[in-house]
Design a protein around this ligand. Structure first.
Ligand SMILES: [Zn+2]
Length: 88
């Protein structure tokens, strides 16, 4: 049973390494569908190791501003940062 769990863990090692990378979905799909071929597993592992980190997507609606002190996004129309109290 432990061998089976380790085999599953080893099979999805590229997906585990690439779970927070930019192409995490593609890495998982290649790993899932082509991982049973050794070539697909190696390709997914290589892709997971060379892919860049996932970029955070931030949508700002309206004239909200970032605090220069702590980087927190302040509410629209606020004159002081809610986190650190500095003027924004
Ligand atoms: Zn602040």
């Amino acid at each position: 049973m432990i061998f089976f769990a380790l085999a599953i863990l080893m099979y999805f090692l590229p997906s585990i390494i690439g779970h927070n990378k930019h192409n995490a979905a593609g890495i998982f799909l290649v790993n899932f569908f082509l991982g049973w071929t050794i070539v697909g597993w190696v390709v997914a592992l290589f892709w997971a190791c060379t892919s860049g980190p996932r970029m955070p997507v931030m949508v700002v609606a309206g004239p909200a501003r970032y605090c220069n002190g702590c980087g927190t996004l302040s509410a629209v129309g606020a004159h002081f940062c809610a986190a650190c109290g500095r003027p924004v």
